[in-house]
Ligand binder design. Sequence first.
Ligand code: HEC
Length: 148
Amino acid sequence: MCAAHKKQAFRPGTSLLQEPARDLDYGFLTHYPEKIEMITRNLLIAAASMVVSVGTAGAAEVDASAAEALLKKSGCFKCHAVDKKRDGPSFKETSAKYKGKADGVDKVTKQITTSPKIKVDGVEETHDALKTKDAKDIRNAVDWILSR
Ligand code: HEC
């Protein structure tokens, strides 16, 4: 074989052997940390969305009959209904008012546990409180109102 042929035969072999190896090196060193970062980020996002879905599942588990019984016992339906305005706003209206707002639970809890002053037909009254001190029952009633 003459020298020119040897060179030609050698070149393609070299490039086949070297280029994939260089690609592998390049990819490994340059993208590996990025990949780890991406995987970590995805794991964090997955973990966060799991927490969110557990959170919503918790809020959705309202004991409706317990809430209605407590509101009935506390006289709330004298002034409120689920979907009609009476002296007080309907619970649907309150639920819509606080939809997507972080302070809904807090505001409603205060309204129905701390006996704030309200106006009924222009006359100042004390707003009734739930007839219970049980935090779990109060939260259940609040969640029920906010999910009408
Ligand atoms: C005497 C009538 C009356 C009774 C009884 C009454 N409410 Fe109300 N309630 C009102 C009025 C009037 C408002 C509106 C007050 C305002 O806008 O300042 C109101 C407001 C509310 C709100 C809306 C709070 C907000 O932040 O928008 C909720 C929820 C509520 N009441 C729940 C209850 C519950 C639960 C009970 C029973 C423990 C109850 N109410 C008993 C008259 C009443």
